[in-house]
Design a protein. Structure first.
Length: 140
């Protein structure tokens, strides 16, 4: 019997999981371990509205790019600044706050990136912050 599910799910890629798999995870009490939790680096704040996508992951980031997604990144970055943590920590904290999520999967290519990921375990988002990110990313 399955005990876990590993979908593509993050704050700027929600619709697929929420419409097709969330009910299954709830019904079968599955632990969910979403991959691409940081949207291939898009949710780290290193990409900016209007800038040309460059770097090793530009091709992987391109599908996430939209005005609405940048609104989410702006909110993630603002919340991170207010909490004095990395944007990655806020994006992961939003995932951790979602129903059925056992643990988000995130990768780091260097120690500097790892620090932001590790901060997620101690970030507490308010219900208002969770709701804001959820509202801004609705439909993505």
């Amino acid at each position: 019997m399955p005990i876990a599910l590993q979908p593509h799910f993050n704050v700027v890629h929600r619709a697929e999981f929420e419409s097709e798999r969330l009910d299954i995870a709830r019904e079968w009490n599955l632990g969910v371990f979403p991959y691409f939790s940081l949207a291939s680096g898009f949710l780290t704040g290193k990409y900016h509205r209007g800038d040309k996508l460059e770097g090793d992951r530009a091709g992987m980031v391109a599908p996430y790019v939209s005005a609405q997604a940048f609104d989410v990144v702006d909110a993630v970055t603002r919340i991170a600044r207010d909490k004095d943590v990395a944007p990655a920590a806020v994006a992961l904290a939003w995932l951790i706050a979602q129903p059925t999520i056992a643990a988000p999967l995130a990768s780091a290519r260097n120690l500097g990136q790892l620090e932001g990921i590790m901060q997620a375990s101690s970030v507490e988002l308010s219900q208002e912050e969770i709701d804001e990110l959820t509202r801004l990313s609705d439909g993505l």
